[in-house]
Design a protein around this ligand. Structure first.
Ligand code: 5GP
Length: 131
């Protein structure tokens, strides 16, 4: 069965899309830890990040860097934090999170509630800064 992220990439499940390359896809996390929390996913479904073959792994990291630059322009912050967990969705992904303090990366914190309009606007703003 395809992962939920494969279904998002195929357009079978809606998402707030940020950017895409030939091999990778970026969209807003549905339960954001911070405004602009974005997921970077290889289109080719592999569960564990370190099982992704080298060329795609490098593509993914290059793509993550470009999205992070766009994200920082859209959501001014001290840094874009990067983390990999993968305990919930078995499709390799990198979390990009705008942060100003260490605790902003704490996944045990309550998630933000954002309206569909806010998420849509945010995705469009990040996307407009992506090149
Ligand atoms: P992890 O696998 O890294 O532990 O967490 C998976 C992440 O994917 C979580 O932050 C969760 O909010 C996000 N997520 C899970 N299902 C969906 C979904 O259907 N849409 C979106 N946009 N994000 C999701």
């Amino acid at each position: 069965m395809p992962s939920i992220f494969t279904r998002i990439i195929r357009g079978e499940i809606p998402c707030y899309k940020v950017a895409e390359s030939e091999t990778c896809f970026a969209f807003l996390d549905i339960n954001p830890l911070a405004k602009g929390h974005t997921l970077i996913v290889p289109k080719n479904e592999v569960d564990y990040l370190f099982d992704v073959e080298d060329e795609l792994y490098i593509d993914l990291m290059r793509f993550a860097k470009k999205v992070a630059i766009a994200l920082e322009k859209a959501v001014p912050c001290e840094r874009i934090g990067v983390t990999v967990i993968g305990l919930e969705v078995p499709h390799a992904h990198v979390h990009l999170i705008p942060i100003n303090a260490l605790n902003d990366m704490n996944f045990a914190k309550p998630k933000l509630t954002m309206s569909a309009e806010e998420l849509e606007m945010l995705a469009a703003t990040i996307s407009a800064n992506f090149n």
